[in-house]
Design a protein around this ligand. Structure first.
Ligand SMILES: [Mn+2]
Length: 318
């Protein structure tokens, strides 16, 4: 499967549902917006769908108000999923129509009728950008801002292991369209006082134990600093436990009390494959960055994850 084949398959459809994943990050949002630009260029009808709240910092992206949290009825001939390893992640049941699955996650379950998977690509938005260029769609500062934002966030501000020559080259290309790199960097990393207070609370939980460093974000911290669930922004907090020399795995635990769920983000340091680790808890992602969520009481879930992570590291002989 390559970009040309996918573009040809997309041209066969007329009415598209484009689905990005829940807990939307910069990559899934910009992939969704760029797919909208492609479909518009091709003269197709489409709905952009992400079944979740979108953080305010992304509101400057052109057309973001087009993304809907739900869709009425189902009158589509094609579903395109972006940056998502399975239907659950895009909050959908398997539809009866053709599904085009575009993703870069190693944990992708190949659930589409067409699966375009490039697990070595740094971001899904790069793949959609390929399609735009191939289709000769207009690429202006607006599309450039989408790509730059997707790449900035997905690489943690150009510091993670997925920074590639391609990433930096495309960022340079879109800067020539008028994209302001420092403006986007500021938007993506800006934090108000309450969010900085939250960072303080979360950092105070830092625990270093047997090659594992973890931080915790529990529900009561939101009350303590006077934030509600929609207002907090803990993106990139995992960089702090990841910054400790000698650590093999960094974990960010998040209590989701209402849903009775504990969520984890894993980062690998020193060559440990955290995609395999996350799979033990029903999650996945990339070898260097993965996530999972499981139904459990917070303390029970946390203890289980730490115990299993230690066992996993031991099994690797590290
Ligand atoms: Mn991604």
């Amino acid at each position: 499967m390559d970009a040309a084949r996918i573009l040809k398959e997309i041209s066969k459809g007329e009415r598209f549902l484009v689905a990005g994943h829940i807990d939307p990050d910069g990559d899934t949002l910009t992939s969704t917006l760029l797919m909208g630009r492609l479909l518009k260029h091709l003269g197709k009808e489409y709905t952009l769908y992400i079944n979740d709240k979108i953080q305010d910092k992304f509101r400057f992206l052109s057309g973001i108000e087009e993304i809907k949290q739900s869709f009425d009825g189902f009158d589509y001939d094609t579903v395109i999923t972006l940056d998502a390893p399975n239907f659950q992640r895009v909050a959908m049941d398997a539809p009866k129509v053709r599904v085009i699955n575009i993703d870069h996650h190693l944990s992708n379950e190949k659930f589409g009728d067409l699966n375009w998977l490039q697990t070595k690509r740094s971001a899904a938005c790069l793949m959609v950008f390929d399609l735009l260029r191939l289709a000769g769609a207009p690429i202006t500062r607006r599309e450039g801002e989408m790509v730059y934002t997707g790449l900035f966030t997905e690489t943690g501000g150009f510091v993670l292991a997925n920074v590639s020559a391609e990433v930096l080259r495309i960022c340079a290309d879109v800067m020539e369209l008028g994209v302001h790199a420092s403006d986007i960097a500021f938007r993506m990393t800006a934090r108000n006082e309450k969010n900085l207070a939250l960072l303080g609370r979360i950092l105070s939980t830092l625990t270093v134990d047997d090659g594992i460093a973890y931080i915790e974000f529990t529900e009561d911290m939101l009350d303590d600093v006077g934030l509600n669930t929609d207002q907090h922004d803990t993106d990139s907090f995992i960089r702090y436990p990841s910054s400790i020399p000698g650590i093999k795995v960094a974990i960010f635990f998040r209590e989701m009390r209402e849903q009775g769920v504990i969520r984890m983000s894993f980062r690998s340091l020193g060559g440990v494959d955290v995609n395999k680790l996350a799979a033990r808890f029903g999650g996945g992602g990339h070898p260097v960055a993965s996530g999972a969520r499981m139904k459990a009481l917070y303390e029970d879930g946390k203890t289980r994850v730490i115990t299993e992570t230690k066992a996993y590291l031991k099994s690797l002989g590290s």
